[in-house]
Write a protein that binds this ligand. Structure first.
Ligand code: ZN
Length: 532
């Protein structure tokens, strides 16, 4: 690579900054810049790339992954880290706490990255890229047999990766993969958080269904042209504060957000004419991720060095990332106040000069109820707030068991369907709506799913605190004013990058360790009255 790191003079002498630090930041900038090119290739593959380009794209992705890995594991980084740590030890706590946290996280990243051989990194990227193409086809044809050998390959590679990364004594392979996404979390910790939550959620869903009340959801099934849905989505995203001068919204098979580079945050969603709220919530969800990415200080200079590439300009964990998306999607987007604001606007935006809006037959009450049902369904990304976490739990159990070799890949459809029946009471009609619905395993993203439920728990706990600190938040939302909420998230979460670990941030902000109580209070408080 010929990219050179920008050099900036030191201007903050107030705290002791190790001399090697600035060079270290420059090398991290270089590694992240290489990584960002790989992210751009990956975004393109999921949005606009012609199918025939798949084979060469796998080569390109593999090559970029190798280069990024080489940059991140350069022996010079190791030398500079060692030198900074030596100086820190002599400074006796005199160092800027921000620099201190930055070095702590750089050490973590370097140690993890250097445990992975470059060949394995390249192989994971190449096979993941190929498996993704096969998955698209297999999902469309609902043909698990087609995808099966690729999932076996990705699991083998993931086991090799986990063995290289290692995990603390008494743990399991899964811990090594989970820790990449949620630093400090283990499979046992997740299991102990999920087991009681599953019981409480199942009891709630059962109660609501036993109430006999059926919520009319016809309003969410009216036909609205995808172009109008796109305009409505963009309007809501602008109101949330998403900066379109530094981002985009495109369409894809599986919605995602890529905060690929400073000033460049890409969101994707998908449209079906007869499911406008699916696309709207998908867009709001990804924009919640996008606001986090845009709120990270990637364009800044911290302690006199470029922030991009440093842990201080990166997100804490996937759980915290997901707390941002779920907050906007569910706590804002499924609130009564949100619809009080958006309904008349949506009506206007979906009517044409010749015809009234298809929404005009319905009221704010109708839409508020329809988006707050608790109805077991097959597709995770379209699941309601109450049943969503049950989808996550079954994935966690299955990927943990497959990685450990306790469930064979050939038995996945059967094991999947059995759990869907047990947790959600449904008979899976085909693998497209069963074990082939998510892209994660094709990419080798194992240990990723639990962060979705962690995100819901964090979102609920943060939301309670935010509402005490912004007491008129609900009135503001009813007027379409989300600025105070965005500012709170920017100032309390985004700006810190990885300065705090997730559990520490949670305690700092809410005064308590993470608990399932706020999420259950939120769901019970909203859903029970609707089903009464
Ligand atoms: Zn998400």
């Amino acid at each position: 690579m010929t990219t050179t790191a920008p050099s900036r003079p030191l201007t903050t002498p107030q705290a002791a900054i190790p001399a090697a630090y600035t060079e270290l930041c420059g090398l991290r900038w270089q590694a992240s810049t290489v990584g960002s090119i790989g992210s751009l290739l990956s975004w393109d593959q999921e949005t606009y790339m012609p199918h025939a380009a798949a084979a060469h794209r796998a080569d390109q992705s593999s090559m970029m992954a190798r280069l990024a890995h080489e940059s991140a594991t350069s022996p010079r980084i190791g030398e500079l880290l060692g030198s900074c740590e030596g100086e820190l030890a002599k400074l006796n706590g005199q160092v800027d706490p921000v620099v201190h946290a930055d070095l702590r996280e750089m050490r973590r990243d370097y140690d993890l990255a250097t445990r992975l051989p470059a060949d394995l990194v390249a192989e994971l990227a190449r096979t993941g890229s190929q498996a993704q193409e096969v998955w698209k086809d297999a999902r469309q044809k609902s043909d698990f047999a087609m995808f099966r050998p690729w999932l076996e390959k990705m699991l083998d590679l993931s086991r090799r990766k986990a063995r290289c990364l290692g995990y603390p004594a008494g743990g399991e392979l899964y811990d090594a993969l989970l820790d990449k996404y949620e630093p400090g979390a283990t499979a046992n910790m997740i299991e102990s958080a999920f087991t009681p939550l599953r019981a409480r959620l199942s009891a709630l869903v059962k109660d609501l269904s036993a109430s006999g009340r059926r919520i009319d959801t016809r309003v969410t099934k009216v036909t609205i042209d995808a172009r109008l849905q796109h305009e409505l989505g963009q309007f809501v995203l602008r109101a949330m504060g998403f900066d379109f001068a530094a981002g985009r919204l495109d369409t894809t098979t599986h919605p995602f957000c890529s905060g690929m580079a400073p000033g460049d945050t890409r969101l994707t969603t998908r449209y079906r004419d007869e499911a406008f709220t699916d696309a709207l919530y998908g867009s709001m969800h990804e924009a919640g991720h996008g606001l986090y990415e845009q709120g990270l200080p990637k364009l800044a200079s911290i302690a006199s060095a470029p922030a991009y590439g440093r842990p201080l300009a990166e997100s804490i964990s996937l759980g915290i990332h997901e707390s941002q998306s779920r907050m906007w999607e569910n706590f804002v987007g499924r609130s009564r106040e949100f619809w009080d604001w958006l309904w008349p606007i949506a009506m206007k935006m979906t009517s044409t000069s010749s015809a009234a809006s298809p929404l005009s037959a319905y009221s704010t009450d109708d839409i508020f109820r329809a988006v707050n049902t608790a109805t077991p369904s097959f597709i995770r990304v379209e699941a309601d707030e109450a049943t969503y976490n049950l989808h996550v739990m079954l994935r966690f159990e299955l990927e943990r068991a497959m990685l450990a070799g306790e469930v064979a890949v050939k038995d996945l459809p059967g094991e999947w369907n059995r759990r869907v029946k047990e947790y959600l009471g449904l008979d899976v009609p085909d693998d497209r709506r069963g074990c082939l619905q998510d892209v994660h395993w094709a990419f080798g993203l194992i240990g990723y799913f639990p962060t979705y439920t962690l995100g819901n728990l964090y979102a609920a706990q943060f939301w309670e605190t935010i509402n005490t600190q912004i007491p008129d938040l609900k009135q503001r939302m009813a007027g379409g004013d989300f600025a105070a909420l965005k500012k709170w998230l920017n100032e309390n979460i985004h700006i810190h990058g990885r300065r705090y670990r997730a559990a520490e941030l949670c305690e700092n902000l809410t005064g308590k360790p993470l608990s399932a109580d706020p999420l259950m209070r939120h769901l019970e408080g909203k859903l029970r009255p609707l089903y009464r």
